[in-house]
Design a protein around this ligand. Structure first.
Ligand SMILES: Cc1cc2nc3c(=O)[nH]c(=O)nc-3n(C[C@H](O)[C@H](O)[C@H](O)COP(=O)(O)O)c2cc1C
Length: 341
């Protein structure tokens, strides 16, 4: 449908039509949004494959260690498991081992601990695959520091100091805020919110997202000008986070939605993490518009297997600014308890 432009001058109207037709042409030449999405997915898979066997195959390692850790928690636990991938996992683990004297990252320490638990749990296994991997693991371990006890453990009961009423109050009070004070938010506060986000669940613990944070007026203005959803309030946003999904986390197109799922779950952590510190926010939509996508890719220098998931504007709410109430539905309209007949 052509854009509605009844109350504009003929020149503006003509320019609007030209822009709309050019956009249509670009869409046509690029094969449409689904073709572009397919290309991004394919580029991600290609990148995943080219990382295999390199010290950049962290996604493979994260997923495999996760699967092993899950295997360790199974009831009953099998005396041997992960035969198909323990070899590549230990090899990949060896490639990310810290070099002499460097302190291991907490992620490496977790992997080391899980693998150590695995080889203990499979000590009776006679499979040559496990034996070979065990030997390789032992030689890697001899080069790195002390092993920590980071493997699976019983869950501690959730902190009772966060009452459901307090959580509900936080959820009910949060509203999307679009008008902000001209005041910087300390980066430490943003980092604290991101730390909350980073604890979000992700499929196979891959964590296929990252956040690019802009908090200087010029950068915020330029980034905020790209998505359409900031129209009318983009000029006074103090901080802006671009949530970026990484399609190279996946070896198969079946997982193509996970950057949106994982990225969004993490984004909600950011929003609540900001909110409890008195910092308001507004999610900004990232519809699949080729021209805007190209513009953002160039502005941020995104890899061709990366995709913007959404943006989050944040800052201290202007006490004079209005926010829509955005009343939610009744619970009965959202939730059904069912028993299948
Ligand atoms: C994925 C997503 C995209 C959104 N995009 C925009 C946007 O582009 N511009 C905007 O002003 N608000 C945007 N919002 C905010 C919604 O309008 C808002 O969440 C909704 O109206 C409900 O209001 P509430 O957040 O105050 O509960 C977006 C929210 C989400 C979750």
């Amino acid at each position: 449908m052509e854009p509605q432009m009844n109350d504009r001058s003929p020149v503006v109207r003509a320019l609007g039509v030209v822009k709309w037709r050019l956009g249509k042409l670009v869409r046509l030449l690029s094969g449409g949004p689904l073709a572009r999405e397919r290309r991004t997915v394919q580029k991600g898979i290609r990148e995943y494959r080219s990382a295999a066997g390199q010290d950049s195959d962290l996604y493979l390692l994260r997923r495999n260690v996760h699967m092993i850790e899950k295997g360790l928690t199974m009831r009953p636990r099998r005396p041997s498991f992960a035969l198909e991938y323990i070899g590549v996992t230990v090899a990949a683990f060896g490639r990310v081992a810290p070099s002499d004297g460097d302190a291991p990252s907490s992620e490496f320490a977790w992997m080391q601990s899980v693998l150590a638990d695995y080889f203990e749990a499979t000590s009776e296994a006679t499979s040559p695959v496990i034996q070979a991997a065990r030997g390789q693991f032992a030689s890697i371990e001899s080069l790195v520091g002390e092993r920590r006890d980071d493997g699976p453990k019983p869950v501690s009961v959730l902190s009772p100091n966060i009452e459901i009423s307090a959580l509900r109050q936080l959820a009910e009070r949060r509203r999307s805020v679009r008008w902000f004070e001209d005041r910087q938010v300390l980066r430490q506060r943003v980092d604290d919110a991101i730390a909350v986000a980073m604890e979000s669940p992700t499929a196979c613990n891959r964590q296929p997202y990252r956040f690019e944070v802009f908090d200087d007026p010029d950068s915020v203005r330029r980034v905020a000008a790209v998505p359409g959803g900031t129209r009318g309030f983009g000029e006074q946003i103090p901080g802006l986070i671009v949530v970026i999904g990484d399609m190279s986390a996946f070896f198969d197109a079946r997982d193509r939605h996970l950057i949106y799922i994982d990225g969004s779950l993490a984004s909600m952590g950011v929003v609540y993490g900001l909110e409890v510190q008195g910092i308001a926010s507004c999610c900004i939509n990232w519809p699949d518009v080729p021209e805007r996508d190209a513009q953002m890719r160039e502005l941020l220098g995104l890899a061709d297997y990366e995709r913007v998931v959404m943006l989050i504007a944040y800052g201290y709410a202007d006490p004079e600014g209005l926010a829509p109430t955005s009343t939610k539905r009744e619970i009965d309209a959202v939730r059904t308890y069912r028993v299948l007949g």
